[in-house]
Design a protein around this ligand. Structure first.
Ligand SMILES: [Fe+2]
Length: 413
C-alpha cells in the first residue's frame, strides 16, 4: 500500500473511531436509563456471536451479533443497546490473531456509529406507549432501524476497503455485502421474536430464542468455508500443473493478477472478478495431459509439438466445467488461445464468438509470455510488450480489452 493511501486509511479509521465515541457519549447523556441486566445478558450473547463471526472474502465479517443489540434496543433503549454493542471491543479471536490495533479501533467506531444512528432513528419513531407490542408502526420502525444499521455498517467497511485497495465502492458493496440483505431482514424478525418473548415471559426465553440465531450464523460459516476450501484446492491444482511445466513457474498466478487488473479497468462486478481470477488460475490446467517432452522442450515447437500443445484448452475445460462454482465460465479456458481474426486454436473462433473472459485471459496470458524469459526467447521489456499488444490489437486481441490493459500498465508506469 502506498504511503498516501496508508495515511488516508489511518485518517479515515481515526475519524470513524472518534465519531463512534462521540455518538456513544451523546446517547449515554441523552438516554440515562441503563439496564445492567440487559447489558450483561445481551452483552454475553453479543460477545459469543462476535467471537464466532465468519470472515467475508474481502473484509468485514458476518455475525448475528446485531440481532442481540437490536433486541436490547427494543427492550431497554439506546444506552443499553450501545453498551451491548461496545462488547465488540473484546473480540478475543482478533486479539489472538494479532490483528493491527487500527482494525480494532475501526470495528469499535463503525459499530458504535451504525448502532448509534440506528438507535436515534428508532427512538425518534418508535412508540413505547403503544398497548400492543406488535403494533404495525413499531414493526416498520424496527425494520427501518435494521436498514439504517445495515447501510451504515456496510458502507463504512466498504469505504475502508476502497481506500486501502483502490477498489470501486459500488462493486465492492454489491459483491461483498448485498447478498446479506435477506439475512439482515431475518435478524430483524428474530430480534422482534426475542424481545416479544423476553418482555412477555422472562429473560430465560433467551435460551430458546438465541439458538436459531446461532444456527443461522453456523450456516453462514459453512457457506464461506465451502468457498474457501474450493479456492484453496484450486491453488493446490495450480501448483501441481506448474511443477510439471518448469518454464512457467508463477505464470498462472501472474495471469490471474493481470486478468483482475483488466477486469477492474472494465468495471466488472466483484463477483465476476472473483470467478475470473479462479478461471485464470486454472487456464493452463489442461497441461497436465500434455506430454512432458513437449512441455519442457528447450527449443521451438514443431508441428507435432503444437498438435500436442493445442489439446490443453479442451482438457482444461473438461475438468473445470465439473466445478459447480466455475461451470458457467469454464468456456474462457476453452477459448483462451482463440484470436479475434479466427486464426487461434482449438476451434478458430473469431470476434464476438469468443467470450469476454477468454479475451481477457488471452491478453493477460500473452503479456506474461512476452515479459518472461524462455529458453528460446528473451523477455521483452514492459514498454516493448505494450507496443506488441497495441500492434496485435484487433487481430489477436480484442481492442477494448487490450486498451484497458494498456491503460492500466501505462498508469502503473
Ligand atoms: Fe494456455
Amino acid at each position: 500500500m502506498s504511503r498516501e493511501r496508508k495515511l488516508a486509511l489511518h485518517i479515515y479509521v481515526y475519524s470513524v473511531f472518534i465519531t463512534g465515541l462521540l455518538i456513544l457519549s451523546y446517547i449515554l447523556l441523552k438516554y440515562r436509563n441503563i439496564s445492567l441486566l440487559g447489558v450483561v445478558l445481551f452483552g454475553a450473547l453479543f460477545f459469543g456471536a462476535d467471537n464466532l463471526s465468519v470472515p467475508l472474502p474481502k473484509a468485514g465479517s458476518v455475525s448475528v451479533n446485531f440481532g442481540f443489540s437490536l433486541a436490547s434496543l427494543i427492550i431497554y433503549g439506546p444506552s443499553t443497546a450501545l453498551l451491548v454493542t461496545l462488547v465488540c471491543a473484546f473480540n478475543i479471536r482478533e486479539f489472538l490473531r494479532k490483528v493491527p490495533y487500527y482494525r480494532h479501533l475501526f470495528n469499535i467506531g463503525q459499530f458504535l456509529i451504525s448502532m448509534g444512528v440506528a438507535s436515534l432513528a428508532f427512538e425518534s419513531l418508535y412508540d413505547r406507549q403503544s398497548v400492543s407490542f406488535l403494533y404495525p408502526r413499531n414493526i416498520s420502525v424496527i425494520f427501518l432501524c435494521v436498514l439504517v444499521f445495515f447501510i451504515s455498517n456496510t458502507s463504512l467497511t466498504a469505504s475502508a476497503i476502497s481506500i486501502s485497495e483502490r477498489m470501486n465502492f459500488i462493486n465492492l458493496w454489491v459483491f461483498n455485502f448485498a447478498w446479506l440483505i435477506p439475512s439482515e431482514i431475518f435478524l430483524g424478525a428474530m430480534a422482534i421474536a426475542i424481545s416479544f418473548l423476553y418482555k412477555l415471559y422472562s429473560p430465560f426465553t433467551l435460551i430458546f430464542t438465541s439458538l436459531p440465531l446461532i444456527i443461522a450464523q453456523y450456516t453462514y460459516f459453512l457457506r464461506i468455508r465451502e468457498r474457501r476450501a474450493l479456492l484453496s484446492s484450486i491453488m493446490q491444482i495450480v501448483k501441481v500443473v506448474e511443477a510439471k511445466d518448469i518454464y512457467t513457474a508463477g505464470h498462472s498466478v501472474r495471469v490471474a493478477e493481470y486478468s483482475e487488473m483488466i477486469a477492474r479497468e472494465l468495471r466488472l462486478s466483484e463477483y465476476a472478478i472473483e470467478v475470473l481470477r479462479n478461471v485464470a488460475n486454472l487456464h493452463d490446467l489442461g497441461k497436465v495431459q500434455v506430454d512432458l517432452s513437449v512441455l519442457n522442450k528447450p527449443g521451438e515447437f514443431n508441428n507435432l509439438d503444437w498438435e500436442e500443445m493445442k489439446k490443453h484448452p479442451i482438457v482444461g475445460y473438461e475438468i473445470v466445467k465439473e466445478i459447480t462454482f466455475l461451470r458457467d465460465s469454464a468456456d474462457a479456458i476453452l477459448y483462451h488461445h482463440e484470436r479475434m481474426d479466427g486464426k487461434g486454436y482449438p476451434y478458430g473462433k473469431k470476434g464476438d464468438e469468443i467470450p469476454l473472459f477468454a479475451k481477457i485471459l488471452c491478453v493477460a496470458d500473452s503479456y506474461d509470455a512476452m515479459t518472461t524469459e524462455r529458453p528460446y526467447k528473451k523477455a521483452l521489456s514492459e514498454k516493448e510488450a505494450i507496443l506488441e499488444l497495441k500492434r496485435n490489437s484487433g487481430t489477436q486481441f480484442d481492442p477494448q480489452v487490450c486498451e484497458a490493459f494498456v491503460k492500466v500498465l501505462e498508469r502503473r508506469g
